[in-house]
Design a protein around this ligand. Sequence first.
Ligand code: ADP
Ligand code: ZN
Length: 519
Amino acid sequence: MSDSALELLRRIFGHSDFRGEQAQIVQHVADGGDALVLMPTGGGKSLCYQLPSLLREGCGLVVSPLIALMQDQVEALRQLGVRAAYLNSTLSADDAAEVERQLLAGELELLYVAPERLLSPRCLNLIDRARIALFAIDEAHCVSQWGHDFRPEYRELTILHERWPDIPRIALTATADAPTQREIAERLNLEDARRFVSSFDRPNLRYRVVHKDNGTRQLLDFLAAHRGESGIVYAFSRRRVEAVAEQLVEAGLRALPYHAGMDAAVRAANQRRFLQEDGVVMVATIAFGMGIDKPDVRFVAHVDLPKSIEGYYQETGRAGRDGEPAEAWLCYGLGDVVNLRQLIQQGEAGEERKRLELRKLDALLGYCESTQCRRQALLGWFGEPHPGACGNCDNCLEPPQSWDGTEAARKALSCVYRTGQRFGAGHVIDVLRGVRTEKVDKFGHERLSTWGIGADLDLRQWSSVFRQLVAAGLLEADIERHGALRLTADSGPVLRGERELRFRVEAPKAARTRGKSRG
Ligand code: ADP
Ligand code: ZN
């Protein structure tokens, strides 16, 4: 590492040392190399292009998708004495012309540009005439059509490489699953760039997953342990956001809603309050979060199931950026799964993408149901080995009890089969437990061989069994028929008693009951 980089780090940014791989990344880019940087949120990505911009001759050009974010960054840089500016739609023509003049006059060290602006002929022409130190492509996962942050303009950024092959490029993201990584490299023409993959472990985050029975009460219990702290509560839909925020306010919490359907001014005001005040709970859809730099977010709670492990990881990554203990809490139920499946199935996306999204959802379910160390499971998903037993997740702190569910699984699968693979878990459980309902009468299900064979487990226990069977891919929910359960190719060996199954015991109460009756 050159002395000058470290010296600048200390003198301008006031940090005593580089963190993680920052030093290598800065050196590589300052020397003119291309880089693809995968670093978790809060890892310190900005420095990786800011410092090389200062070290190299010319102005560093930063492509950033979020206007609010670039304004914050520019403001922060100016306070450090760095000559920074941005070009986006919020500037008046005069102000934009002044920024352009500064760029051409070599008076700028860093310039943030929105992607659509950058791609305009005017801006490309400007780049031709200016001295550019590097191109930084922030939030590079926006190039991936599989992610929810997809920005079509990001696809066109290859023009940077085509027109100015000698200017180094650095792409950065906190989304690091293998398919997205591959897509970024391909789409941005960065196959030959050096990759810097930081550990995605966030040791100060405590992961917990609970099964939903009364979501609101569970959330309030969770929040009671975080009184006066700032945090984010993610919910599935705009309507849910409104409802949950209202419930929290009624419970006396300083909660604010945030979703894309709100009036822009109110939304911005809520975001500002969250950033500036202490102890605000932001109830939000995933529209909230990208680029939110608030170090002391003490918890991220999901009251509904997120869509994928990547999404979940990124959302929880907004907690504890200051390195102090923080909690990632997820509350989910089978209803969430059915909702999300339906949403994916009915969406506009093509078949291939739908299948991919369904697989991602399954993977997340598997994570929820797993009795494995959460950290190990999460990092494993990103291809990072972890020995497990982290001591800071629910599965490590309170090892889940498991029980031999081979017999229960056979009963469940065979009842799904006998009832014709056209009912949801609710009805199948009624048949198993021998609960007489209108539906049972209508279909004559009290005459089935599986009628009442599951009276030894209660409704809650059976729900858990079905959920875990779905998560393990031994049953699948038919979207077209409102979650009707069907057997899968893997069901056979279980039905025939050839495969042993262990299930997670959901709650201590259930564990005791089962422990007695099953030994
Ligand atoms: P990211 O973009 O990866 O989410 P940032 O670049 O916003 O992360 O950095 C996150 C926080 O870490 C910022 O508050 C930043 O000042 C701080 N930071 C970055 N690098 C260092 C360092 N080498 N030493 C101390 N703090 C750092
Ligand atoms: Zn653990």
